[in-house]
Design a protein around this ligand. Structure first.
Ligand SMILES: C[S@@+](CC[C@H](N)C(=O)[O-])C[C@H]1O[C@@H](n2cnc3c(N)ncnc32)[C@H](O)[C@@H]1O
Length: 442
């Protein structure tokens, strides 16, 4: 497999696309001190105030869910938040090399697992479809490797607006999309290279079958519950109407124990914790599917290994934004707790990582791929963009250390090892998993 990774990074065709100088969301700050905006009484704020007046303070998880994915007013439902004119930028939008190397990762894992006759590639939260577009270009370019393999694409996306954008990135305009808003498969199309693509709102609706799963900057938008340790024990942080300032929300502590406290670890040593039950449900579903039918999951996001405390934050127009101000106009996010994901997978599948993005991409051959693209390009602006993109992805002060890669694999893929392995601590296995093990690059 190392041979595939080494040769593929050199062989792929060479066109380079533009890089946009924007803010990435892995930036960290503690919420609460940012200046308020002028138009802060948004339809979402009115909706939330009405809800709180009717039923009392809401959890941070409920707030995040409403603000981001409420079908009528949710942040993700009606806009393109990515790129220069949006609120933030992500790795696949920064450099095509990112998606190309992930495409090679999936082919490498498909080969390592015995080249099944068919597989589904399932992406959770595909944004503009840029990452999937880069992966599918690699699949086409390495068509001789994948020939005779029956591949289908499955996109899990709550936003109709973004799924339309994904369709325009990925499908051929000549072939009309099939739409059925009532069906769990709400849209179907055919990729530019002729692969069937289906859209779902929920992972549960994706057909069971041999699958590779991808989630890039997806888990960080799932709703988190927040808890504070108090002299009375753990108390959940809730969101209430501020009685002092009109049209304002504020954080309060729940007066007594709330149901979500069940998600806290008994031996928790931090004094402030964020837990994401939805992430646990998704990891368990992925693990069950991988155990049942084989395949793998690759998860990349900013996060920590069970060490951080208050990471809930907002982004608007490439700036950090107070999470309680003008809800619905800004993205909300919290760092992914990879130790929680690992716990949720434990016993069913093996996990690798989390490892830093700069290590993963280096192991996948980003330097070789960059050199090939630079050698083939005479245009100074393109060369500058390629170098800028590389720096954004790899620089430890930028995205290189903050973004982490994590994988779920069947135990047998790691040669009968029956326990989860942290890649930082493990000995190299006989058949290394690309990206998580160093390959000899010449
Ligand atoms: C931060 S964007 C990341 C986009 C893309 N993966 C990238 O890296 O450029 C989050 C994506 O997840 C989608 N999303 C958010 N919550 C979701 C949910 N509960 N189920 C499915 N998709 C969701 C959003 O609409 C968006 O496509």
């Amino acid at each position: 497999m190392g041979v595939l990774v080494r040769s593929a990074a050199r062989q792929l065709c060479c066109a380079a696309r533009a890089v946009i100088p924007c803010t990435w969301r892995g930036k960290y700050f503690s919420s609460g001190d940012e200046p308020a905006e002028n138009n802060r009484v948004t339809p979402m704020l009115r909706h939330l105030m009405y809800k709180i007046k009717s039923t009392g303070p809401i959890t941070v998880a409920e707030y995040m869910k409403e603000v981001l994915t409420n079908p009528a007013k949710g942040y993700y439902m009606h806009r393109d938040m990515l790129g220069e004119k949006g609120d933030f930028i992500t790795s696949p939008e920064i450099s095509q090399i990112f998606g190309e190397l992930l495409g090679i990762w999936f082919i490498s894992e498909w080969m390592a697992a015995g080249k099944s006759a068919a597989f589904q590639l399932v992406e959770l939260g595909p944004g503009r479809g840029t990452l999937m577009g880069d992966i599918l270009r690699v699949f086409s370019q390495l068509g001789s490797v994948l020939k005779n393999c029956d591949i289908s694409i499955h996109l899990v996306e709550v936003s109709q607006n973004l799924s339309d954008l994904q369709a325009s990135t990925l499908t051929e305009a000549k072939i009309p999309l099939e739409r059925n808003a009532e069906s769990p498969v709400y849209m179907k199309g055919v990729s530019k290279s002729g692969l069937p693509i289906s859209w779902y709102r929920d992972l549960q609706d994706v057909p069971k079958g041999y699958s590779f799963f991808l989630a890039h900057e997806f888990f960080d938008v799932l709703p988190v519950h927040k808890f504070q340790k108090t002299p009375q024990g753990w108390r959940e942080i809730l969101i209430d109407i501020d009685p002092q300032v009109s049209d304002n929300l504020r954080f309060v502590l729940a007066p007594c124990v709330t149901p979500a406290e069940a998600f806290l670890q008994h031996d928790e040593t931090r004094d402030h914790v964020e837990v994401c039950p939805d992430a646990g449900v998704i990891i368990q579903e992925l693990s069950e599917r991988i155990t049942l039918t084989g395949g793998a999951a690759l998860i990349a996001d900013y996060g920590h290994d069970g060490t951080k405390t208050d990471t809930f934050r907002g982004f608007c127009g490439h700036k950090l934004h107070d999470v309680l101000t003008a809800p619905g106009t800004a993205d909300l996010t919290a760092d992914v707790d990879f130790s929680y994901l690992r716990r949720m997978a434990q016993g069913k599948v093996a996990s690798l990582g989390p490892i830093e993005q700069q290590v993963f991409l280096k192991n996948m051959g980003i330097d070789v791929r960059l050199k090939v693209l630079l050698d083939k390009s005479d245009e100074p602006s393109v060369r500058q963009q390629l170098l800028h993109g590389y720096d954004m992805l790899m620089n430890p002060q930028k995205m290189g250390e903050r973004f982490l890669f994590f994988a779920l694999l069947p135990h047998q893929r790691l040669h009968g090892r029956s326990h989860q392995i942290n890649a930082c601590q493990s000995k190299p296995s006989a058949s290394p998993v690309a990206g998580f093990a160093e390959l000899a690059w010449q």
